[in-house]
Design a protein around this ligand. Structure first.
Ligand SMILES: Cc1ncc(C[n+]2csc(CCOP(=O)(O)OP(=O)(O)O)c2C)c(N)n1
Ligand SMILES: [Mg+2]
Length: 620
C-alpha cells in the first residue's frame, strides 16, 4: 500500500479538495473552500494545512455564526451541489457556530463544521477556554453540536479520519439527511502525523441519487388525484432541491391544479404562471388560503408542513380532506396521515404527467382559481402603490425593489416583519430569485447569506432586505464582502425596533413591551424615553460601505438607481411608517396567550385565542 505522511489537518484538507458530486450527468468539486477564524485551537493545525494548500481557498470571516450562514446560503443557491467547510478555534469560536448549524440542519442544507477541540492528550488540561466536567473527561463544549448536526464526530487519533470522512460525505450529499456535519478536531491531533493510504486521498465522486417511489402507492396517488374535485399542491423547498420546477410548471398547466407555496418553496413557479396562487398559510394570499380551506386533496411536494404552512393546523377545514405527501424523506412523507410517496419529486411529477394526461380540474374550480389570482394581483398592486409621499410603507419599499430588480437578481431575508410581506407580495420571476430562510428564521442570516449567494452566482445582483434589529445583530460581514470584492446591496428598513414582534406583542395583550428602541427614562425607569440615537448610514460607512439615508419612496428609488452604479457594497437605509402595515388574509398562527394575568388586554386576547384554537385539527 502506498502511503503518505501528513498531519491530520493536512490529510483532511487534501481529502476535502478531492471530493466531487454528480447528478444528471453533471459533475463538480463539492467544496468551494474553507471559511474560518483562527485561534489557538486551529491556527497551528488546520491553519498550517490551509497555508500549504493555496488551491483550496481560505476566507476569513468576522464572526463564526456568520460564516456558517454564509456557507448555508451558498449551498442553497447551489441546490446543495456545492458547499463550504468552516473552521473555528475551541471554546467561544466553536459555540458561535451552533446557531448557524441549527439553521443549516433545519433547512436541510449542507455545511461542514470543524471546530477545534480540547487536547486529546489531556495532560495539560484545563486548556484556555476548556469547560471542565466533574463526571467525565470525554466532554467539551463541542458536544453542544450533537442535536444540531446530522453527523457528529470527534477525532481523537489521526487514523480515525479514514473512517470518519466518508461518513461526513455520505451525510452531506444525502438528499434526505443533509444538514450541518460536525467534525470536532482536538488541537493536538490536528498537528499529529500518520502514514495515510494514498488511495484514501484520491478523487472520489459522490453520486446524488434520484430515488424512485413505490409503484403501488404511485398508482393509488393517481387514483386519488383523478377522484379529487378541489386539489391543491403545496410546493416546498424540495421542489428546488430535486430541480423539479419545470416538471411542476408543466404538471400544473396540464392538469389545472393550483400551486401554493411555502417560504422555502416560494418561486417554485414564476408568479405569472396561471396556476400559481402564491403563499399559503399564516403569511398566505387570500386565494391560496381559501383554496386550502376547501381542498379535498392536498398534495405536498417537498414540504415539512410547518405551522406557518398549516396555519397551526387550521388551514385545511374540508371534513374529509386527504393528503398526498411527495417527499424524499420518509419522516416528512408520513405527516398529516398522508399517502406517503417517498421519493424524488421530479421523477414522480414526470410519472404523474404521463398518467394524468386526461385529468383536468372542473371548469368552475378553474374559474375560481383564475378569478382569485387576478384579484390577488390587484391587491399586490394596491400594496405596492399606496401613494405615500412621506415615510413609505414597507410594502411600497418591497414594490419599488421588485420593480427595480432584474428577474435574475436575488432577494434575501430571514426574520422580522419582512418574511411575511415578502411571502405574500414578492413577484418571483426566476427560480433562484427568492431566498428567505424561514426554517430557523434567524436574525442575522441576511448579510452573510447575501455574500454566500453572491459567491455562488456573481453574475446576479443580490439584495438583502434587513430590519434594524437584524442589522444590529450581525452587520459584520459587510466588511468581509469588501475584503473579497463581492458587492452586496443591503436595504435596511429602519422602524425603531421590532415591528414584527411588537405587533405580535400587541396582539397577545402586551402592548409593545420591550420591542421598541427607546432610551430608559430616568423619571419612569421604563424604556419610554426618546428613540435610540442610531445613525445606521454612518455605521455602514464606517464598515467601508457606500450608504444612503432615505425618508420617502422617491428618495429610496433614487438611491436604488445610484447604488446600482456603485462598485462597493451599498447600504440604503429607508425609514418606514409602521402604521401602514400589510394585513393578514384569513389565517391564524398559534402563539399561546397567558391563561391568567393581571392585564385586562391579555385576558381579552386569551378569549380570542381560545376561540381560534377550536379550529385546530388532527388528521387520521
Ligand atoms: C436570532 C434571533 N433572535 C430573536 C428572534 C425573534 N425575532 C423575530 S423577528 C424579531 C425582530 C426583528 O426586528 P427587525 O429586524 O427590526 O425587523 P422588523 O420586525 O422591524 O421588521 C425578533 C426579535 C429571531 N427570529 N432570531
Ligand atoms: Mg425593525
Amino acid at each position: 500500500m502506498i502511503t503518505v505522511r501528513l498531519t491530520t489537518a493536512q490529510a483532511i484538507i487534501r481529502f476535502l479538495k478531492n471530493q466531487f458530486v454528480e447528478r444528471d450527468g453533471q459533475q463538480n468539486p463539492f467544496f468551494a473552500g474553507v471559511w474560518g477564524i483562527f485561534g489557538h485551537g486551529n491556527v497551528a493545525g488546520i491553519g498550517q494545512a490551509l497555508l500549504q494548500n493555496p488551491d483550496f481557498p481560505f476566507y476569513p470571516s468576522r464572526n463564526e455564526q456568520a460564516q456558517v450562514h454564509l456557507a448555508t446560503a451558498f449551498a442553497k443557491m447551489n441546490n446543495r451541489l456545492r458547499a463550504f467547510a468552516c473552521t473555528s478555534s475551541i471554546g467561544p469560536g466553536a459555540t458561535n457556530m451552533v446557531t448557524g448549524a441549527a439553521a443549516a440542519t433545519i433547512n436541510h442544507l449542507p455545511v461542514l463544521l470543524m471546530p477545534g477541540d480540547i487536547f486529546a492528550r489531556r495532560n495539560v488540561a484545563p486548556v484556555l477556554q476548556q469547560l471542565e466536567w466533574g463526571s467525565t473527561q470525554d466532554i467539551s463544549v463541542n458536544d453542544c453540536f450533537k442535536p444540531v448536526s446530522r453527523y457528529w464526530d470527534r477525532i481523537n487519533r489521526p487514523d480515525q479520519i479514514i473512517t470518519a470522512l466518508p461518513e461526513v460525505m455520505r451525510v452531506l450529499t444525502s438528499p434526505v439527511d443533509t444538514g450541518a456535519v460536525t467534525l470536532a478536531l482536538p488541537q493536538d491531533v490536528q498537528t499529529e502525523s500518520y502514514e495515510y493510504p494514498e488511495e484514501f486521498l484520491h478523487q472520489r465522486v459522490w453520486h446524488i441519487p434520484r430515488q424512485p417511489t413505490d409503484q403501488t402507492l404511485l398508482q393509488r396517488s393517481i387514483e386519488w388525484i383523478q377522484a379529487s374535485r378541489s386539489p391543491l399542491i403545496i410546493a416546498g423547498g424540495g421542489v428546488y432541491y430535486s430541480q423539479a420546477n419545470q416538471a411542476l410548471a408543466k404538471f400544473a398547466a396540464q392538469t389545472g391544479i393550483p400551486v401554493a407555496e411555502t417560504q422555502a418553496g416560494k418561486g417554485s413557479l414564476h408568479f405569472d404562471h396561471p396556476q400559481e396562487v402564491g403563499a399559503v398559510g399564516v403569511t398566505g394570499t387570500l386565494i391560496a388560503n381559501q383554496l386550502a380551506r376547501g381542498a379535498d386533496l392536498v398534495i405536498g411536494i417537498g414540504t415539512r408542513f410547518s405551522d406557518f404552512t398549516t396555519a397551526s393546523k387550521t388551514a385545511f377545514q374540508y371534513s374529509d380532506v386527504r393528503f398526498i405527501n411527495l417527499n424524499v424523506a420518509e419522516f416528512d412523507a408520513y405527516k398529516q396521515a398522508a399517502l406517503p410517496l417517498v421519493g424524488d419529486a421530479r421523477l414522480v411529477l414526470e410519472a404523474w404527467l404521463e398518467a394524468l394526461k386526461d385529468y383536468r380540474v372542473l371548469a368552475d374550480y378553474a374559474e375560481k382559481i383564475s378569478q382569485g389570482k387576478a384579484d390577488w394581483e390587484k391587491e399586490v398592486d394596491r400594496l405596492y402603490h399606496l401613494g405615500t409621499t412621506g415615510q413609505p410603507a414597507q410594502s411600497e419599499v418591497i414594490g419599488a425593489l421588485n420593480d427595480f430588480m432584474r428577474p435574475q437578481d436575488v432577494l434575501i431575508n430571514a426574520a422580522g416583519s419582512a418574511p411575511g410581506d415578502l411571502h405574500r407580495l414578492w413577484r418571483t420571476r426566476d427560480f433562484k430569485g427568492y431566498h428567505v430562510e424561514y426554517g430557523y428564521s434567524c436574525m442575522g442570516y441576511e448579510i452573510p447569506g447575501a455574500l454566500g449567494i453572491k459567491m455562488a452566482a456573481p453574475e446576479r445582483e443580490v439584495y438583502a432586505l434587513v430590519g434594524d434589529g437584524t442589522y444590529l445583530m450581525m452587520p459584520s460581514e459587510i466588511v468581509t464582502s469588501i475584503q473579497e470584492g463581492y458587492k452586496l446591496n443591503i436595504i435596511l428598513v429602519e422602524n425603531h425596533g421590532f415591528a414584527s414582534i411588537g405587533g405580535l406583542s400587541q396582539s397577545v395583550g402586551n402592548g409593545s413591551f420591550g420591542t421598541v428602541y427607546r432610551l430608559r427614562s430616568p423619571q419612569t425607569g421604563m424604556l419610554d424615553g426618546e428613540y435610540l440615537p442610531l445613525d445606521f448610514a454612518m455605521n455602514a460607512c464606517g464598515f467601508g460601505a457606500v450608504a444612503y439615508d432615505t425618508w420617502s419612496l422617491a428618495e429610496f428609488k433614487k438611491a436604488l438607481a445610484e447604488a446600482k452604479n456603485t462598485e462597493r457594497t451599498t447600504v440604503i437605509v429607508v425609514h418606514t411608517d409602521t402604521s401602514l402595515r400589510a394585513p393578514g388574509y384569513e389565517s391564524w398562527w398559534d402563539v399561546a396567550v397567558s391563561e391568567v394575568s393581571e392585564v385586562k388586554d391579555v385576558e381579552e386576547a386569551r378569549k380570542g385565542y381560545e376561540e381560534e384554537r377550536q379550529k385546530e385539527r388532527y388528521f387520521f
